[in-house]
Design a binder for this molecule. Structure first.
Ligand code: KIV
Ligand code: ZN
Length: 498
């Protein structure tokens, strides 16, 4: 049977300490609910004594979530613990997380104290918290730089005092994975009562080793990982939830499971990044924009033949619909075809060759070729083989004049013309087209976008037209936005005929 790893998310406490990332209570509730649906076991909701806002968030999150344990942070100070207990009063299952610095740096410089006195304060805080809740977690701040023998004495004392989870933070992100793993093993082997509590890792990423240290801790007996979404947190951040969850999923050899519904990872990552104004670096493991983007021709070919050639994670497992084969000047026809087919654009060999030629030209001048670009190229190609073609379009519009449009269409080789007025040039042009093609069609959606930024840029128009209960999608791209709109409209009408 596999062991369970508890996921303790501190996005709303350690993550939220990042300057500029503060959330209001409503946003925190939104994140807490998302964490609940993700399957997080414990949500650290805040540090209630630190501000009325934090207090209120812990109260509201306690009311908002049902299943996860809600945890509140305190120092080893009675007033902190009183306030945390008050904030947790609506929690279905509440946890107080109290603790104190245990490294000599903290004992001497932060507390001007002694090792013995620190043990006494730690024990007193745990006993005090126990008056309010059964579930008390103790943290030994800067445990990463605390010598193992002393750390074991602290841990043994707080377990005796009633702590049920023991958190071993590498507060400064200093440890090497092997060192951190040995620390956990040392506690497992030398602390009386350790088997009756859960050991937690809480690793910071100052040297880029947070996840490696967490995994090393788990391999040596820790069964709670303290993490944040996208690895956000003070300085270089905390261990990221998505990395730990996917490592446990990929490495069956570890025989450890989490409760995380990994298919929700991508959407929760985007939500947190958006709410906190914290963009995710493009090459971030699991959730970065490029995490599944294969841009070299050799990789793309391999992935298309068999995904496992270059991927250890199926993008669907984190809730991404499809592998984003990134199109660049080095991509082959197969990648282009695959990407077009994802949008239901199936071209025969001749047309695909023509689009590919245009694609290579565009890729030489544009680094990131996106779906809209290739749809535009394919659209131009398809338009040349449409039954209904736009022959000409002339519009007059401005301030103080009634917009008027004349349109010439070629339908199966025959030429038709019409003119109409409207409340704008696009309306006039569409009415003129409708005079020629007298079908009952309703415009459902009409989106105009610029491809890049300049006023001389190509405008793109996406349109949805309804006919007899069916929706037909049309696309047009032109430096003249009115022409692009009519091209999109005619593209949609041609699909009705197909
Ligand atoms: O990094 C740390 O030591 C912490 C503790 C307060 C748990 O965040
Ligand atoms: Zn921390």
């Amino acid at each position: 049977m596999s062991d369970k790893l508890f996921i303790f998310d501190t996005t709303l406490r350690d993550g939220e300490q990042v300057p500029g990332c503060q959330l209001n209570t409503v946003e925190k509730i939104q994140v807490a609910r998302a964490l609940e649906s993700l399957g997080v076991d414990i949500i650290e909701a805040g540090f209630p004594v630190s501000s009325p806002g934090d207090f209120n968030s812990v109260v509201e999150i306690s009311k908002a979530v049902t299943w996860p344990v809600v945890c509140a942070l305190t120092r080893a100070v009675e007033r902190d613990i009183d306030v945390a207990a008050e904030a947790l009063k609506y929690a279905k299952r509440g946890r107080i997380h109290t603790g104190i610095g245990t490294s000599d740096y903290h004992i001497k410089h932060k507390f001007n104290s002694t090792r013995e006195e620190i043990i006494e304060r730690a024990v007193a805080a745990v006993k005090y918290a126990k008056r309010y809740v059964e579930d008390v977690q103790f943290y030994a701040e800067d445990a990463g730089r605390t010598d193992n023998e002393y750390l074991a004495r602290v841990v043994e004392a707080v377990i005796k005092a009633g702590a049920t989870t023991i958190n071993i933070p590498d507060t400064t992100g200093y440890c090497l994975p092997e060192q951190f793993g040995k620390k956990i093993l040392y506690l497992k082997e030398n602390v009386v009562g350790i088997d009756n509590v859960v050991i937690a890792t809480h690793c910071h990423n100052d040297l880029g080793m947070a996840t490696a240290n967490t995994v090393s801790g788990i391999m040596n007996g820790a069964r709670q990982a303290e993490v944040t979404i996208n690895g956000i947190g003070e300085r270089a951040g905390n261990t990221s939830l998505e990395e730990v969850a996917m490592i446990m999923k990929c490495h069956h050899d570890l025989n450890i499971e989490t409760n995380i519904n990994t298919q929700r990872i991508s959407s929760v990552s985007k939500m947190v990044s958006g709410l906190m104004n914290m963009p995710v670096q493009a090459n971030k493991a699991i959730v970065g924009r490029n995490a599944f983007a294969h841009s070299s021709g050799i990789h793309q070919d391999g992935v298309l033949k068999n995904r496992e050639s270059y991927e250890i994670i199926d993008p669907k497992d984190i809730g991404l619909d499809e592998n984003s084969i990134q199109l660049t000047a080095r991509s082959g026809r197969a990648a282009l075809k695959f990407r077009l087919e994802m949008h239901n654009v199936n071209l025969d060999k001749e047309h695909l060759d023509q689009v590919y030629e245009k694609f290579l030209k565009l890729a030489d001048s544009k680094k990131d070729i996106n779906d809209d670009d290739i749809l535009m190229l394919a659209g131009q190609e398809r338009a040349s083989s449409h039954r209904i073609k736009l022959d000409y379009l002339q519009v007059t519009s401005g301030i103080g004049v009634k917009p008027i449009a004349s349109v010439g269409l070629e339908i199966a080789g025959e030429r038709f013309e019409a003119a109409a007025t409207g409340n704008g040039p696009i309306d006039a042009a569409i009415k003129a087209v409708k005079q020629i093609i007298s079908r009952k069609m309703t415009l459902q959606e009409f989106v105009i976008q610029a491809i890049t930024k300049g006023s001389d840029d190509i405008g793109k128009v996406h349109m949805q037209v309804e006919h007899k209960g069916m929706i037909y999608y049309g696309f047009g791209a032109n430096t003249d936005i009115i022409a692009a709109s009519i091209e999109a409209y005619i593209d949609a009408i041609n699909k009705i005929n197909e």
